[in-house]
Design a protein around this ligand. Structure first.
Ligand SMILES: [Cu+2]
Length: 519
């Protein structure tokens, strides 16, 4: 159960390469799983997958931690959904073997079955909030939804029980708020009774517990018509924006006891809970649709505005959409027949926000169907794992996708030299400039781009926590210091944990530096 001390030199090197973060909190520098690796001649155009690696459980839920590790859970150690919770913390700096995993088969203290719960980092504390799940799960009882709340703390590796929510929920969404809280909405309240769903949202605040939004009940927004992981985001106007699968959209004001308002139609259609989405720029969301289509929704104005985007090569039901360090969106896995190997998509497909076009890339080893996940890691690679329980595969495994930006453009397949961030602040506030200390910066001809990607939390092809920003920056052209400017406010960049990437003139990103934005 202990992380072994193997690869200490690798860890030390990784920590040294990115610099140990300052500040009072015990936040370690972002770690890196990138090993000596040749991606082949096409890697600079298509990216490449690393070798398949074993995973101690099916990672149905994955959450990037403030220290760069990955929390995953969803099944027991055999890949089945037992009444008891197991969870795993992976340390990428220790590589991809079993010694890089801290796996806890936790029958105590948090005896909730968190299969198909909601999960997200608490913006202020960095703990992982796990909302609901079931009280039991067996072939006989099926799932009985639970109101339990559990908190995982990366500092102690412990999951502890918190006061419960007012409503039982199974398959709810958790969304980070500008004020530092998290809102939970939707979910199923009773397995047998198909008339009651989590139509009343609740807000969690660290140290305060839950507040019921009793005047914001909605059957359409997050009740019976849209209870399954409702698609919702903190919006630029200060409200929470909800896009239902049947086309209607809502604004929810989470202050007091809450107010929900129906918005004018954007025309966005052909959505499905089995298809992913991603906020690729402030107030702009990419949706995958039926008929291999995709669309963009702009929620920056008074009314949401939809526009068509490129066509995918095939349907990718249950595939995951992940924002890369350069703002492109990579879709991994999925299938043309939901949760079936028939028409399984092995190649990644990447969307370029500048052109709206999709491009096929590297080919994965495994089909990733229902209950698969994907997560951007601090080293700018993507962890792609899981699938099963139920499904045709029991994927107690994962693989890492290395995007094209990591490779030399000469076709050698070698990893490119990366810019090195030596130091900088670990906490930042909005609309402010901060210095970053770079290595050999002048010799490397400086910087092309600085980006910020919010730490992800993914389950059921739904990673609403991820967000992307191009940051303004200033380099005087002579020294080893770079000045970067944070996003304008908490409405577009909710408080919480982000990865900061510096790109060199060749488009190669640094290892992402974990920064906390907020109080
Ligand atoms: Cu599920």
């Amino acid at each position: 159960m202990q992380i072994k001390k193997q690869s200490r030199t690798v860890l030390a090197a990784a920590l040294a390469s990115v610099g140990v973060l300052g500040g009072g909190a015990e936040v370690r520098a972002a770690s890196s799983a990138v090993l000596p690796f040749n991606g082949g001649p096409d890697a600079y155009r298509k990216g490449a997958f690393g070798p398949l690696m074993d995973w101690p459980l099916i990672p149905i839920h994955v959450v990037l931690q403030p220290d760069g590790r990955v929390l995953s859970f969803g099944t027991d150690l055999n890949g089945t959904h037992q009444p008891e919770l197991a969870y795993d913390v992976w340390e990428p700096a220790l590589g991809t073997g079993s010694t890089a995993h801290l796996t806890l088969d936790s029958k105590t203290p948090a005896a909730t079955n968190v299969f198909c719960a909601g999960q997200a980092l608490v913006p202020i504390t960095g703990q992982t909030l796990v909302a609901a799940g079931t009280v039991n799960m067996s072939a006989v009882t099926k799932g009985i939804p639970s109101a339990d709340t559990n908190l995982f703390d990366y500092r102690s590796n412990q999951m502890v029980k918190e006061p419960p929510m007012a409503l039982k929920r199974w398959y709810p969404s958790l969304v980070s708020l500008a004020g530092g809280g998290l809102i939970v909405m939707g979910g199923k309240m009773d397995t047998a009774d198909t008339t009651i769903y989590g139509e009343i949202p609740e807000v969690y605040e660290a140290g305060k517990g839950w507040r019921v939004l009793s005047t914001a009940a909605s059957v359409e927004a997050y009740g019976a018509r849209n209870w399954y992981y409702p698609r919702a985001w903190q919006a630029p106007n200060g409200k929470v924006f909800i896009q239902t699968n049947f086309g209607a959209a809502y604004d929810l004001d989470p202050t007091g006891t809450g107010t929900v308002t129906k918005l004018p139609k954007s025309g966005l259609a052909d959505l499905a809970s089995t298809l992913p989405s991603a906020m690729f720029a402030p107030g702009k969301i990419l949706f995958l649709q039926e008929k291999q289509a995709s669309a963009m929704l702009d929620i920056n104005g008074a009314v949401p505005v939809a526009s068509a985007s490129g066509k995918l090569s095939q349907m990718r039901y249950h595939g995951n959409a992940t924002l890369l360090a350069d703002g492109q969106v990579v879709v991994t896995g999925g299938s043309s027949v939901p949760n079936s190997l028939s028409g399984a998509a092995y190649a990644v497909e990447t969307w370029n926000p500048a052109t709206g076009l999709w491009t096929l890339g590297a080919v994965a080893a495994k089909a990733r169907l229902y209950h698969s996940t994907a997560l951007l890691l601090p080293d700018a690679t993507v962890l792609v794992g899981g699938g099963g329980a139920p499904g045709p595969l029991t994927n107690l495994n994962a693989e890492i996708y290395y995007p094209p930006y990591l490779f030399a453009t000469d076709g050698s397949g070698e990893l490119a030299r990366r810019p090195l961030v030596l130091g900088g602040p670990s906490t930042m506030v909005w609309n402010h400039g901060y210095p970053l200390r770079m290595a050999n910066f002048k010799a490397a001809r400086g910087v092309k781009r600085v980006t910020l990607v919010r730490a992800g939390a993914d389950t059921h092809n739904w990673n609403n926590e991820q967000r992307f920003f191009d940051l303004a920056f200033h380099w005087n052209g002579t020294d080893e210091k770079l000045r970067v400017f944070t996003p304008a406010n908490a409405h577009i960049a909710p408080p919480g944990y982000y990865l900061l990437f510096v790109f060199n003139p060749f488009g190669v990103p640094s290892v992402g530096r974990v920064v906390k934005i907020g109080p």
